[in-house]
Design a binder for this molecule. Structure first.
Ligand code: NAP
Length: 317
């Protein structure tokens, strides 16, 4: 039995369930017995949900929050009222992002850290807590992909580096932030994975493995931390126009081929990913945990033969 968690299955069914409509003869929860009736049932949808994106009073730590998707998420969470802490490896990038966010009226702080180095990652979490008083929302967004090519030609060093930044860091940072979330009565973890975590991308084998494992880590976090009122979800962007993917979108032939295959035939923008992130980090997603959410213009249901069928101009429409 886990300390601090529910004491038993019986306790779960009696303590954790709200006053819902349960028949006394329900064979699944016989221990509920008398005292629970349809009369006290309050349909959830009857509540006012107009302000559930409001994140005022909450704090968010976003790794890799100084550009691209991470900065867009920081801006989205900050615009919804959260105090944000953005982190990355380069001081000028951290300062620029903080100034940029503050110029938009967002309460923002910056912390310098390479999350591939666990001592720096732990110090980052502690500093974020010092700056803000605690962490309600953790966005594990920083990732790396130093190699492109087949697994057989991928060095052990490259494999270890990818796993350290993309998988071990979210694991360690998540555990460190959990203590703060528990103390505050709950929280949200959002792990930025990729469509490559759902189906491996050519030439991005080890990266794909790291992102698939990150989805699994997210599900384990959700299962084990739900009892602390902590939700965990994974976000799977498709092809989004950032520095990270510049090698693809600056190559017109490759880019046109990708666009041609997607039902929405264009590259995604970082703020389109941030929209989903803000939803998942807000109370609007209060019943969402342990799942992955794709923002990909339909890439996962792409037409792989579109380029062949439509000829060399495919994707340029
Ligand atoms: N763009 C896409 O098409 C796409 C698709 C699927 C998934 N994703 C995922 O989305 C996330 C963000 O990607 P992006 O496209 O926004 O990338 P990006 O524009 O290259 O931004 C990456 C951010 O992470 C920081 N960073 C990189 N390595 C770091 C490290 N070891 N420690 C701390 N910070 C680090 C960078 O800042 P510094 O250089 O200053 O450290 C930067 O702030 C990643 O998890 C990526 O795998 C992206």
């Amino acid at each position: 039995m886990r300390k601090g968690c529910r004491q038993s299955y019986a306790a779960v069914t009696t303590a954790a369930l709200p006053d819902v409509c349960l028949l006394r003869s329900d064979p699944l929860v016989p221990e509920l017995g008398a005292g629970h009736s349809c009369a006290s049932y309050q349909p959830y949808l009857s509540r006012d949900v107009s302000d559930t994106t409001n994140l005022e009073g909450r704090t968010a730590l976003i790794t890799g929050g100084t550009r691209g998707i991470g900065l867009a998420i920081a801006r989205g969470l900050g615009s919804a009222g959260a105090t944000v802490v953005v982190s990355s490896r380069k001081e000028p990038a951290v300062s620029a992002a903080v100034n940029d966010l503050r110029a938009s009226g967002i309460s923002a702080h910056g912390v310098l850290a390479n999350v591939g180095r666990m001592d720096e990652a732990m110090a980052m979490v502690d500093r974020a807590i010092d700056l803000t008083g605690g962490i309600d929302i953790l966005v594990n967004n920083a990732a790396t992909n130093p190699v492109f090519g087949p697994l057989a030609e991928t060095s052990t060093e490259a494999f270890d580096k990818i796993m350290a930044v993309n998988l071990k860091a979210p694991f360690e940072i998540g555990k460190r932030a959990l203590a703060s979330m528990k103390a505050r009565g709950g929280g949200v973890v959002l792990n930025v994975s990729s469509v490559a975590g759902l189906s491996p991308e050519s030439g991005l084998g080890t990266y794909s493995v790291s992102k698939a494992a990150l989805i699994s880590l997210t599900q384990v976090m959700a299962r084990e931390w739900g009892c602390y009122n902590v939700r965990a979800n994974a976000l799977c962007p498709g092809f989004i126009r950032t520095d990270f993917s510049a090698a693809l979108w600056t190559n017109e032939r490759l880019s046109a081929s990708i666009r041609a295959q997607q039902p929405i035939p264009r590259w995604g923008e970082a703020d389109e990913v941030a929209e989903m992130a803000v939803f998942l980090c807000s109370d609007r997603a209060r019943f969402c945990t342990g799942a992955w959410y794709v923002v990909d213009g339909g890439f996962m249901i792409r037409d792989q033969f579109a380029t062949i069928r439509q000829g060399p101009d495919a994707g340029t429409r």
